[in-house]
Design a protein around this ligand. Structure first.
Ligand code: AMP
Ligand code: ZN
Length: 485
């Protein structure tokens, strides 16, 4: 950029290393276009409300994107919506509605969940049903190149024609589907390992016209075609949960690289699964929660967001209610420090150590994230800063105008975390505890006392006390004031 063009220059991107599933090693990011990154993340299959496992993966991707931005990159993010597949078709048929009518409420609920959890929206959310021509075009190219064939109205990818098959997952061709029972409708395949690109229409199913007759796309081709449409044939980063690794991502590579003759993706990232109370989530165990169910049980969006991002993405996340509450308590320590700071008088002399201390924090926080999103180290840096600042406030060494620089450093960290400058409901909030918030907590306490839930009433009193609010129960109701010390 020329000097004097007006816009503030972006900081030079930091060196970022990520664990590439392709090759299984930490690698520096080398963007195709300097300073910019193109990111594709596999989105939800909209046949149901998302569960918190799905949300863990989407929040990992949010953390990734926000971290890359903090570290100086522009990010172009595409997330697809799988709105046609076996499950959506079955659901629509069972309810006797069209595919679009069936998926609409789940799409809406997905976006509402992202919004509640403060997820930064993708630039584009392409829907599979709106990109059928691109998929047909890509399948046509695969047939022309001899790696796909038509059999009985369906189109198959010929795995044996792809020498590279297995390079992401490490699976050997002879292991693929070996011993697996071959379903009736797959008899026409040349080889049981071949996977479907286009499924010939069955009676009563939604179908689109194609050169091979009416039908619908297979799941894998959706992502290959939509990523090429919005990010080009080669792009920087592709993410999903570990269950996407095989066969979905392996098949995406096979399709995309066979169609374009070029490398598909530079870096593949996979998030480990979320488990609940040490067990796999499943309907039969009754431990498969949606965001709505957690909110009904009294957890706040900010506490849930924090719990879902606070464990490194390559580790399993064991979700427990106590764990979420412990995270919320840790966040309140930051609130309390900010509240004290907002009410601390200016020190007699300006602090000489504050600026370097904040610099150290900013550097450590960014360096942790640049190291394969080391969230534990980033949070440790934050809580250490809060501890140090509490000591300084207590000693009367910071206060007054110092608040501005401290809040700026916290805001920068929160551009990644998204949990500090929001209230319990996940809405944008300024610093400290304001009057409306105190009144809201008081109202909850009155309600708790009416229920004779004195444990909850005491807990709310303690919460207010921690924020420097003193309560006085009088015959005419509860009064509150800010502690003056
Ligand atoms: P789906 O809607 O099934 O296509 O899944 C959406 C995303 O959630 C995918 O990236 C999956 O890999 C991911 N996912 C599914 N189950 C879990 C889980 N238990 N924990 C974390 N991510 C999951
Ligand atoms: Zn995908």
């Amino acid at each position: 950029m020329k000097a004097g063009s007006g816009a503030a220059p972006r900081p030079a991107p930091a060196e970022v290393r990520l664990f590439n599933t392709l090759g299984r090693r930490l690698e520096p990011i080398e963007p195709i276009e300097p300073g910019s990154l193109s990111l594709y993340t596999c989105g939800p299959t909209v046949y149901n409300h998302a569960h918190i496992g799905n949300l863990r993966t989407f929040l990992f991707e949010d953390l990734l994107k926000r971290s890359l931005r903090l570290l100086g990159y522009r990010v172009l993010h595409v997330m697809n919506l799988t709105d046609v597949d076996d499950k959506t078709i079955r659901g629509a048929r069972e309810r006797g509605v069209s595919l679009d009518e069936f998926t609409a409420p789940y799409i809406e609920s997905f976006f509402a969940d992202l919004d509640r959890l403060g997820v930064d929206p993708a630039d584009v959310y392409p829907r599979a049903t709106r990109h059928i021509p691109e998929m047909i075009e890509m399948i046509g190219r695969l047939i022309e190149r001899g790696v796909a064939y038509v059999a009985d109205g369906s189109v198959w990818f010929r795995i044996a024609a792809d020498e590279d098959y297995g390079k992401l997952s490490g699976i050997r061709l002879e292991e693929v589907r070996q011993g697996a029972r071959v379903a009736q409708d797959e008899y026409e395949k040349e080889d049981v390992r071949d996977f479907v690109l286009w499924k010939g229409a069955k009676e009563g199913e939604p179908a689109w016209d194609s050169p091979w007759g009416p039908g619908r796309p297979g799941w894998h081709i959706e992502c290959s075609a939509m990523s090429a449409r919005y990010l080009g044939e080669t792009f920087d980063i592709h993410c999903g949960g570990v269950d996407n690794l095989f066969p979905h991502h392996e098949n995406e590579i096979a399709q995309s690289e066979s169609a374009s003759g070029r490398p598909f993706v530079r870096i593949w990232l996979h998030a480990e699964h979320l488990i609940v109370d040490g067990q796999k989530m499943s309907k039969s165990l009754g431990n498969q929660f949606t965001l709505g169910e957690l909110l009904e049980r009294g957890l706040s969006p900010r506490a849930i967001r924090f719990a879902l991002i606070a464990v490194h993405y390559r580790q399993k996340l064991n979700f427990t209610f106590d764990g979420v509450r412990a995270g919320a308590a840790a966040l309140r320590r930051v609130d309390e420090m900010r509240f004290r700071l907002a009410h601390a008088a200016a020190p007699a002399a300006p602090s000489e150590t504050l600026t370097p201390r904040l610099e150290t924090f900013r550097r450590d926080f960014a360096a942790a994230l640049a190291d394969d999103l080391n969230i534990s180290a980033a949070l440790a840096a934050l809580f250490e800063l809060v501890r140090d600042l509490n000591v300084e406030i207590e000693a009367g060494r910071i206060g007054g105008e110092d608040r501005e620089v401290i809040e700026a450093a916290l805001r920068e960290a929160d551009s990644v975390l998204g949990v500090l400058f929001v209230d319990e409901a996940g809405r944008e909030a300024g610093g400290g505890t304001d009057d409306a918030e105190i009144e809201a907590i008081l109202a909850r306490r009155v309600e708790a006392r009416r229920r004779r839930d004195f444990a909850e009433s005491d807990r709310l009193r303690d919460e207010l006390a921690a924020r420097g609010i003193v309560l006085e129960d009088t015959p005419r109701g509860t009064r509150w004031k800010r502690r003056s010390d």
